[in-house]
Design a protein around this ligand. Sequence first.
Ligand code: BDR
Ligand code: CA
Length: 342
Amino acid sequence: PTPIWLDCDTGHDDAFALVLAAQHPNFNLLGVSTIYGNAPLSRTTHNTLAILKAINREDMPVYPGADKPYCRPVASAPDIHGESGLDGTTCLPTPTATPKTDLPAIEAAYAALIAQPPGTAWLVATGCLTNTALLLAIHPDLAPHLAGLSIMGGAIGGGFTSAPMGVVSGEGERFGNWTPWAEFNIWLDPESASAVFSNEILAAKTTLMPLDLTHQFLATQSVQKMMLHGQDPDEKKPVPTVRKLFHEILTFFAKTYADVFGLTEGPPTHDPLAVATAIVPELFDDWGGERYEVTIVREGDHGATDSARNGSSQCGRTVATLLPKGKPGVRIPRSLEKDKLW
Ligand code: BDR
Ligand code: CA
């Protein structure tokens, strides 16, 4: 199994990342660190422990990480995930395990990852990049040691049509979900994101799952039904509580995406994709090996005010510039095999 460390801000779609990393037989989940994001750190940590309890994995160590960005004010996303970060559930268990505090989160992640054979372990971030940036800055020997880094974040724009994406000059389709230009995870801490993407050793091992891709992975009505009943045609059988829980998670997420974004087909289930690529990279198409240089816009109005959210500021924007063929860089798949991934 592929050793993996998950850094998450559990959240509705993070819950799916967590269950995939913890339960898929091809993964060996080493531990989990949490980060502020969808809700404050205390909530995302609680939610992580609660999901692990629901799937009988309370043995998994959970380390609370950063509770705010490197040099920005903290924000969260109650309109998408509710005040708790995981609203809408009636059967989320109360965790009995407690967060681990014997080490800082980044030291626990480092110890677990560096103990794996070189070139085998994955670090996956499904929240903002504060923990990841600190971990890589404090332990520069980790980048050459890892097999891969996978990140859910960014909104590239250009819609993955035939044109190369990443129009540096400022044209291109606006595809952000927090501001017209910026995706939430990258917007939260653009300085940390910038530090991660400017690590040259790591860039060649990094896979980025931006909104452009995750919006191709919707939890449609039929996915929601499958979550409840599996592939069993006999829908009258009693539904196990864990299925009910994950179904409720999807239906709440579907409602907020319909209310906030008018997306009625189903919510984009972003975060498990960042986990999945570590074991099934062939289900993501990078158009014959396209690689990108990724930079983050840090200038401009960043406040979570209406003026910033609806305005023209590009702060938090993820810019991807296509590299000449053969040059190492970040892998940003353009399409995916959604049925197989579900
Ligand atoms: C990302 O932000 C969060 O709301 C989700 O959990 C996902 O990681 C999508 O922009
Ligand atoms: Ca997340």
